[in-house]
Write a protein that binds this ligand. Structure first.
Ligand SMILES: [Cu+2]
Length: 141
């Protein structure tokens, strides 16, 4: 009589423990991506114009922002509007490129600054980088 009660009780007990373990595990895995997402979602947004002006009869192409500062891991969003000339926007190390060919249209590039250091963003049009169409992206560890 006793054994008939004890054995099912043990089995139910084992199931209950297994259920609690399984529940905790799903809970953990569900929580982790949320934590990771929060960590990555620090958005740093910048707005700049891209243009040229004439200085001493020479065209000086440039970005209105000469320096961009972010922290490693930030999601960097840069809004670029060309107001004069034909330009684009490139950062080699982050595989970022925007062919900003339409005047007065806002182009948006977005990337995660996943490495620290100083990087150059620049315009690939012939002669532009050499004439000043570039800036520095500083990613702090
Ligand atoms: Cu340019």
């Amino acid at each position: 009589m006793n054994k008939k009660i004890i054995i099912p009780a043990i089995i139910i007990g084992i199931f209950a423990v297994a259920a609690v373990i399984a529940f905790n595990k799903t809970d953990q895995t569900a929580e982790n991506p949320v934590v990771a997402e929060n960590k990555e979602s620090t958005v740093k947004e910048f707005t700049m114009t891209s243009f040229y002006e004439i200085v001493d009869d020479q065209p000086k192409p440039q970005y209105s922002l000469k320096e961009i500062n972010v922290n490693k891991g930030d999601l960097v969003r840069i809004k670029i509007t060309v107001t004069k000339g034909m330009h684009d926007f490139k950062i080699d190390e982050f595989n970022v490129f925007a062919d900003t060919k339409e005047l007065n249209k806002e182009y948006v590039v977005e990337f995660v600054a996943d490495k620290a250091g100083e990087f150059i963003y620049y315009c690939t049009k012939p002669g532009h980088r050499a004439n000043g169409h570039w800036g520095t992206l500083i990613v702090t560890e």
